[in-house]
Write a protein that binds this ligand. Structure first.
Ligand SMILES: NC(=O)c1ccc[n+]([C@@H]2O[C@H](COP(=O)([O-])OP(=O)(O)OC[C@H]3O[C@@H](n4cnc5c(N)ncnc54)[C@H](O)[C@@H]3O)[C@@H](O)[C@H]2O)c1
Length: 365
């Protein structure tokens, strides 16, 4: 089992460890028991994770004489709302969960974001652990302490920054993960290669087949590299006031596409198209060499991720969503662009004509 220490400003948040390995669930249980960070625990999971993983985890913790319960939520983004939060909080109260208790988020980004949110506000804050079970959650959402729920007006509009006590990444959870969800996570790993690590990018280029076949040794390497990149960025900018924004590479247009499709396009697919669009804008503005843009597009395609915008999505619709995006400041649409592979920067504002031209060029004909 490998360990990565996340060192945060102690005045704001406590530091914690990310433990990564394959078949480490027994070790995770031991660490939770030994850490003794709470007198009782509540695992929160979803309906797809509960049967293959949650119940076993619950039984083993109980066998270790740990006082533990489990709450199961319906799966999917539709659950990530205030009603579910109230539902969890009421169940916790009924169970007698107090400030000496801790929550364990066992699931993908939806469970992780929601449990983090509940932990941050329940009785003014109780500890929680992240045990991510999707590839996306293992490389992205479980690290960094961003918690959120959605409102009918938009995604992630209510949230807090609240760091977990620890993150445990067991690759064996990926054995049951559907391929659509695996690809969603790959899009984020490709993003790390693009914004930070050309070695990771080259490794992805040369190992497309083995990674797609879920070669565990390679997955361990790329997941660990991704976690190290994210941890380095959040150590510098925990609250996303500067550097952390580079993690949004591909997300500005990606979010607009996702929303314009009424969320029928998955997050990973949408940000893949968004990354191609951002690379194209970087090339048009004469920052990014054409060969780098081509490599980005080829890698995204090689992993079976989309690189074109469906014709059915209106250009005007995408543009107006971009303008309404919460990251828009002073009527300027800011983008994370690239000077070259591994060298992102926040652009002061891309002219609307360039964005429009790029969307039209990327339409799937
Ligand atoms: N907090 C952050 O920094 C951050 C970063 C990125 C994304 N997010 C959020 O993460 C969410 C997306 O996360 P996600 O992609 O993990 O989605 P998800 O949590 O909805 O999981 C995807 C699907 O996979 C199922 N699943 C999970 N683990 C499984 C397993 N091991 N085997 C079989 N099925 C499994 C789930 O039940 C669900 O149906 C979004 O809400 C997004 O806003 C947060």
């Amino acid at each position: 089992m490998n360990k990565i220490k996340v060192n945060l400003d102690k005045k704001i948040s406590a530091s914690y460890e990310i433990c990564i390995g394959q078949n480490i669930i027994d070790r995770i249980e031991m660490i939770i028991a030994k850490n003794n960070c709470a007198s009782r625990y509540v695992i929160v999971t979803d309906s797809n994770v509960s049967t293959p993983h949650g119940e076993k985890f619950l039984t083993t913790l109980k066998a270790m004489d740990i006082d533990v319960d489990m709450i199961e939520l319906p799966d999917g983004e539709a659950s990530k709302n205030i009603d579910t939060v109230l539902n969890i909080a009421k169940k916790l109260i009924k169970m007698g969960v107090d400030r000496k208790s801790a929550l364990i988020a066992l699931g993908g980004g939806v469970v992780g974001d929601m449990v983090g949110f509940v932990a941050s506000i329940y009785m003014r804050g109780i500890p929680y652990y992240q045990i991510p079970t999707t590839l996306l959650a293992q490389v992205d959402s479980s690290i960094g302490g961003k918690t959120a729920i959605d409102l009918p007006e938009g995604k992630n509009l209510l949230g807090t920054f609240y760091q977990p006590k620890g993150v445990f990444i067991d690759l064996s959870f990926l054995n049951t993960l559907p391929s659509r969800e695996f690809k969603n996570g790959m899009a984020e790993i490709i993003k790390y290669g693009i914004i930070d690590d050309t070695d990771l990018f080259s490794l992805l280029e040369s190992e497309v087949k083995a990674i797609s076949d879920r070669d565990m040794a390679l997955l361990l390497t790329i997941i660990e590299k991704s976690c190290r990149i994210k941890k380095r960025i959040i150590e510098i900018d925990e609250k996303e006031t500067g550097l952390r924004r580079i993690l949004n590479f591909g997300h500005t247009i990606g979010h607009a596409i996702e929303a314009q499709s009424d969320y029928s396009i998955s997050h990973g697919d949408a940000i893949s198209i968004g990354m191609v669009a951002s690379a194209k804008i970087s090339e048009k503005l004469k920052y990014l060499p054409s060969k780098d843009r081509q490599r980005i597009e080829s890698l995204i395609r090689a992993f079976g991720l989309p690189h074109r915008i469906p014709m059915s999505l209106s250009t005007e619709g995408i543009l107006s969503r971009l303008k309404a995006d919460k990251k828009k400041e002073d009527n300027i649409i800011k983008f994370v662009l690239l000077k070259k592979l591994g060298m992102p920067f926040i652009n002061g504002g891309v002219p609307e004509e360039i964005i429009q031209e790029t969307i039209v060029e990327l339409k799937d004909r």
